[in-house]
Write a protein that binds this ligand. Structure first.
Ligand SMILES: CCCCCCCCCCCCCCCC(=O)SCCNC(=O)CCNC(=O)[C@H](O)C(C)(C)COP(=O)(O)OP(=O)(O)OC[C@H]1O[C@@H](n2cnc3c(N)ncnc32)[C@H](O)[C@@H]1OP(=O)(O)O
Length: 251
């Protein structure tokens, strides 16, 4: 039984120093099959000095505010209101910002979410794609499917690149999240080392996008993952990724 003992780091240099710290024996078997790693052997963010918030402990008021601000961003992006109205709203928004700016949450604060099948997933609370407290996140909520994860998201003009279409960088971000999450729930959390995106067809705004990530194979700390985005049943983008899992020491 492997007892996880992690490379402790002071955050500020995030996970990088942990990942580049001295590695000892890799507790994972070569060519391990997916879905075999006990949850207890997964890295505990607290060992890295990172606080963990349970997703269901996020106050409803904050969830509601996040959704409201997301709508505000969409409204601002597309507004054609007259200058006087804009000036009035600007002043109000700035006053509200001052009221709510209580100081930054600790960088790297994690959130633990329980998926529909009971699997726990860890991510940063302000993750730009999925973070529940981040109004800039669409957000993409993924659920466990066989071999990986899947979720549906609909993007507004806030995510526009070409006319009526999703920005290519955001397509890559959605895929990165899906492959990272698939690797995390099927094996253990890690970082993306390589992400190749193939843009097959335009990805439309205002259309439900089905985002999927599935683990193909694992080799020591390397996890090879595929990802897809589908709109109206058609693949618009696909990805091949290499994730490198956070190392653990023998304890
Ligand atoms: C405590 C809990 C925290 C949890 C935390 C996770 C949160 C869970 C969120 C999930 C959802 C997020 C989804 C978004 C995911 C991102 O957006 S991640 C952000 C973007 N990625 C980065 O910033 C990574 C930057 N790169 C690096 O830090 C380092 O290069 C890496 C990737 C950590 C690898 O460094 P390393 O640990 O020193 O790896 P190293 O020992 O050199 O290599 C291990 C193996 O991988 C191979 N390898 C390494 N890099 C490459 C490469 N680029 N190409 C090919 N092979 C490679 C090596 O050849 C070696 O192979 P073998 O010898 O075993 O055959």
């Amino acid at each position: 039984m492997v007892s996880p003992k992690y490379h402790r780091v002071e955050f500020g240099s995030t996970l990088v120093r942990a990942l580049h710290g001295p590695t000892t024996t890799d507790p994972y078997e070569e060519h391990m099959t997916v879905n075999t790693q006990p949850v207890a052997d997964r890295p505990d963010p607290r060992a890295f000095g990172l606080p963990v918030v349970e997703q269901d402990q996020i106050p409803d008021e904050l969830r509601s505010l996040v959704a409201g601000v997301r709508s505000l961003v969409e409204a601002v992006a597309d507004t054609e209101a007259d200058p006087a109205t804009l000036a009035e709203v600007d002043e109000t928004v700035r006053a509200l910002t001052d009221r709510i700016a209580t100081g930054p949450r600790q960088v790297g604060t994690m959130v633990r979410r329980t998926m529909a099948d009971g699997t726990d997933e860890l991510g940063t609370i302000t993750n730009i794609v999925a973070g529940p407290t981040n109004p800039a996140a669409p957000p993409l909520e993924l659920e466990r499917v066989e071999g990986g994860v899947q979720g549906t998201v609909t993007l507004s003009t806030t995510y526009q690149g070409p006319p009526g279409l999703v920005h290519g960088g955001w397509i890559a971000a959605l895929l990165d999240q899906a492959v990272g999450s698939a690797s995390g729930v099927e094996t253990s959390p890690g970082l993306t080392a390589k992400l190749e995106v193939n843009y097959r067809n335009p990805t439309p705004l205002f259309t439900p996008l089905e985002v999927t990530g599935k683990v193909v194979r694992t080799e020591r700390r390397k996890v090879y993952v595929s990802g897809w985005i589908r709109a109206n049943g058609q693949v618009t983008a696909e990805a091949e990724a290499l994730m490198i899992r956070v190392p653990m020491e023998e304890g």
